[in-house]
Design a protein around this ligand. Structure first.
Ligand code: 13P
Length: 249
């Protein structure tokens, strides 16, 4: 019913040479999976032309406004104009390093919708929050901020990425059971607003996903794919992760 979604978040890693080498080595694994590449914005065009339409493009962030005097920002409309169809919002690195609070993230989610991009809303607790027993409360607070701002309906055409902060770039992944429990919590929260939306929304997992652990994660009923950082920079590793998402459906 839900198509698997695997998105590559390349963060601040790219060069023309690296993109060309990646695309030369890339072998699209399955047509049952939506594969999305989110390079740094300036490389969208290079990546899109090199892949020749086999994959979707996304951006890692957008500004809240459509245009204007916001030095260094790019808008969701600009990302769409450059060929992006997806947009990551509220990544924990943006929340932690750029001071994005729940209200800003809600504004960015709205901006993505306004421009016709599919938002991938990142939520996730820190290690301290998990140890304090506040993991669910944190994730639901982050989700509710967007739900209260945009309503439930747009989630039918959005994705939620559960990315526990302690699993990002650490090599420590959430166990399939830990991830599945949080994904179910997220889906239940959406179901309380709108059952059809909860059935349609794709909830993907992020945090040290690798080819070796992907299938165990993606085999869980409420895990519809992944948001992949480090491992998405290697074409063979990332293709294996995408294949696991097809197999785990
Ligand atoms: P890693 O896959 O490198 O842990 O990063 C996850 C992430 O932050 C994806 O957005």
């Amino acid at each position: 019913m839900r198509r698997a979604l695997v998105a590559a978040n390349w963060k601040m890693n790219a060069s023309v040479a690296a993109i060309d080498a990646f695309v030369r080595a890339w072998q699209q694994p399955s047509s049952d999976v939506d594969v999305v590449f989110c390079p740094p914005l300036g490389y969208l065009d290079r990546l899109g032309s090199a892949f020749a339409g086999d994959v979707h493009l996304g951006v890692q962030d957008v500004g809240v406004e459509a245009k204007g005097a916001f030095t260094g920002e790019h808008s969701a409309e600009m990302a769409a104009d450059l060929g992006a169809a997806y947009c990551i919002v509220g990544h924990s690195e943006r929340r932690a390093m750029h001071g994005e609070d729940d209200a800003v993230v809600a504004g960015k989610f709205r901006a993505a919708l306004r421009a016709g991009l599919m938002p991938v809303l990142c939520v996730g607790e820190t290690l301290a929050e998990r140890r304090a027993g506040d993991a669910k409360e944190t994730v639901l607070r982050q989700l509710d901020a967007v739900l209260n701002d945009s309503g439930a309906a747009p989630f039918a055409d959005a994705a939620v990425a559960y990315e526990p902060v302690w699993a990002i770039g650490t090599g420590v992944t959430a166990s399939p059971e830990q991830a599945a429990e949080m994904h179910a919590t997220i889906r239940q929260r959406l179901a309380a607003e709108d059952a059809d939306v909860a059935t349609a929304v794709r909830i993907v997992y992020g945090g040290s996903v690798k080819a070796a652990n992907a299938l165990a994660l993606f085999a869980q009923v409420d895990i519809d794919g992944g948001l992949v950082g480090g491992a998405s920079l290697d074409p063979h590793e990332f293709a294996a992760i995408c294949a696991a998402a097809g197999a785990g459906q």
